[in-house]
Unconditional design. Structure first.
Length: 508
């Protein structure tokens, strides 16, 4: 039997050998600083430190060095009498510095900790190192969410710091049943991902499916939570989102109370909520901060806006091309008069205007923020008026396209609004080919597609198909909170406080 090969990844007691290995690992990395240190009585003991200057604040490193040198106990004695046991006792047991620290023993840990912003101390005569946490450059402070404007409710939004986001959620859900599981993924980026769930609320089958889909992601270089979404989604080619995002901590906490799994990631400000059902894209957390009549009216307004954004251009194409008899006489005369001299059929007219509107919308997003909205508004006015004057589009078509765009803006979740932009064009094509009959076929195909979708094992249309009448009180309307708190769903959640869960409360 051959002797076991030594572990070449482990640190050596020879400081010079460790220094050569560190220099090799971080070769051509100008921002990696390697400094010799002296410590102990008369500064007679040798060590060296490794840290990344572009991550940590160097003046804090210097202050830490002075503190460390002054706090080292004198029990080490002369340099020639120092033993590894003494170093372990002083640095390993006492920690020496008040800064947070941990012991590491491999070059892989040294590499990871240096790139995480630690100062790593490697000593002569000891085959372990100490990683100390010092000051890092400040990140963006907690502020109001940019993509989810707040009218009423909490105004704190997530930022790019994982620990800050996790702490804000812990402050909202003060229970040990809130579980947080950490993963480090990627061979190059070494990104830290944390997924959270509420133990007494999450469906065990959903959690098991989430973990199964997440398997293998450790080897993938991921820089945003959107990568995780695409990794775990069931139907990649569907235009409809199967998970949703938020930058609001109250929305994330409500999702946890409703049995969801949420994903946080270092350097990413968005929270991924898994899974997302179709009906959840019509609600927001603010629906539970206002009274029932207003919340229900806004809910219906969003539902009507959804069908307007999807169907208005195709409905105009079908009626004006195949079914003009369905127009009232006065309105029909006005439509025919407005289309006089237009060289294109209604379908091509609508396609030209929709394409122009989408182009302006995308340009407004990509331009610098101070000029983007102005360019979009001025461009829409100029192009609309020019198209009418040039007899390329009728005034009615310009109104239809404008109403369609405004209706799509009322959808509270951006991913669902993108799905509408995609769905609109097949509906227009079907209306241009077969009129209302073509629209009916297209809608049947879309509903069939939605009925076949599953997200983490749950039917995408849960609450509607299969139909549960008691769930309609938080889908078509927003019932009074006293009614929602008495629902079986929330009684099962009584261990988490028994209160309405906020967005999506009682929806399943």
């Amino acid at each position: 039997m051959s002797p076991q090969a030594p572990d070449t990844d482990r640190l050596s007691a020879d400081m010079r050998a460790n220094r050569r290995r560190i220099d090799h690992i971080f070769s051509d990395c100008f921002d990696i600083q390697v400094q010799p240190w002296q410590y102990g009585p008369g500064l007679s003991h040798s060590a060296f430190s490794v840290y990344c200057r572009s991550i940590v604040i160097e003046k804090d490193v210097k202050s830490f060095k002075q503190t460390l040198q002054s706090l080292v106990p004198h029990e080490l004695g002369p340099a020639e009498s120092v033993t590894p046991e003494q170093i372990i006792r002083v640095f390993g047991r006492h920690g020496v510095s008040p800064q947070p620290y941990r012991l590491i023993s491999t070059f892989g840990e040294v590499q990871n900790d240096v790139l995480e912003g630690y100062v790593v101390l490697i000593f002569d005569g000891w085959d372990q190192a100490v990683a100390y946490q010092v000051g890092r450059f400040p990140k963006r402070p907690v502020s109001e969410p940019v993509n989810e404007p707040v009218v009423q409710g909490p105004r704190e939004g997530t930022i790019e710091d994982l620990n800050t986001n996790l702490g804000m959620l812990r402050q909202r859900l003060k229970t040990p049943r809130l579980k947080a599981v950490s993963l480090t993924v990627g061979s190059n980026v070494q990104s830290k991902i944390v997924y959270l769930y509420l133990e007494n609320a999450v469906d065990p089958n959903t959690l098991a499916e989430f973990r199964r889909r997440l398997a293998g992601i450790e080897q993938v270089d991921i820089i945003s939570t959107s990568y995780v979404e695409q990794w775990i989604e069931s139907h990649a080619w569907s235009p409809f989102p199967q998970h949703r995002y938020t930058e609001r901590t109250d929305t994330a906490a409500a999702a946890l109370l409703d049995g969801k799994v949420i994903v946080l990631m270092e350097n990413s400000p968005t929270v991924l909520i898994c899974p997302a059902l179709f009906v959840e894209f019509f609600g927001t957390s603010e629906d539970y901060y206002v009274r029932t009549p207003f919340a229900s009216m806004i809910r219906w307004l969003r539902i009507v806006s959804y069908f307007m954004a999807a169907s208005l251009p195709s409905l105009y194409i079908a009626l004006s091309t195949f079914h003009p008899e369905l127009f009232p006489t006065v309105l029909l005369l006005a439509v025919m008069d407005s289309r006089e001299g237009i060289p294109f059929p209604a379908f091509f007219e609508a396609m030209i205007m929709e394409f122009s509107f989408e182009l302006l919308r995308e340009a407004g997003i990509r331009l610098p923020r101070p000029v983007g909205p102005a360019v979009s508004i001025v461009g829409a006015l100029v192009i609309g008026q020019a198209a009418i004057s040039a007899k390329i589009a009728s005034p009615f078509m310009v109104i239809i396209v404008a109403l369609t765009g405004i209706a799509s803006f009322s959808i509270p979740h951006y991913d669902m609004a993108i799905a509408l932009r995609i769905v609109r064009f097949p509906l227009m094509a079907s209306a241009g080919l077969l009129g209302l009959f073509g629209m009916m076929i297209a809608y049947l195909l879309f509903f069939l597609h939605l009925a076949c979708l599953h997200t983490l094992g749950q039917p995408y249309l849960s609450g509607l198909a299969p139909l549960k009448l008691r769930d309609l009180r938080d889908i078509l309307i927003r019932a009074p909170l006293r009614t929602l708190t008495r629902s079986p769903r929330n009684r099962r959640l009584s261990g988490a406080g028994g209160r309405p869960t906020g967005e999506g409360a009682g929806s399943r």
